[in-house]
Design a protein around this ligand. Sequence first.
Ligand SMILES: [Zn+2]
Ligand SMILES: [Zn+2]
Length: 174
Amino acid sequence: MFLSVKEMELRKIRFDETFEAGQIEFASENLEQTSPLHAVGSAELLKNTGGEVRIQGRYTVGLTAHCDRCLVSARHPLDAGFDLFYRPAATIARDEEIEIDEGETEIGFYDGGGLELEDILREQILLALPMQRVCSEDCKGICPICGKNRNQSDCDCSISKVDDRWGALRKLEI
Ligand SMILES: [Zn+2]
Ligand SMILES: [Zn+2]
């Protein structure tokens, strides 16, 4: 859905959109969309700002990703809000110095007369996902010796790798 600034000049745009898996590309991020992405919100042109646009709303979506530790596919249900500001890209050069000082609100840029809702949602979703995608905080991962998933069964492999902290202590004792 294209959020046209020309249309915003006339009225605030309201959206209530559902995107099925495959409509927005997540595969390159090793993510699989497992439930429809539903987004509701609005896009408006802010008065006396030289074209600044505010886009706010909420979305829900279910994604799965392989756990970074045990590789099992893990669910990441997301339900989040957003409140974003975008300026015309043509103003970058002119506002550059002011931009650095502003800090508190993140401002994006648009060109071509508006923004694609799909692009905004994709970016928000990727930002909302944790940097480390794990199936659970205390996932034990895969045994480096036998390759078993330690969450499913304990193995008898003795990990000979000594914890570095103890190694440091041992040196002190000598
Ligand atoms: Zn895991
Ligand atoms: Zn093992």
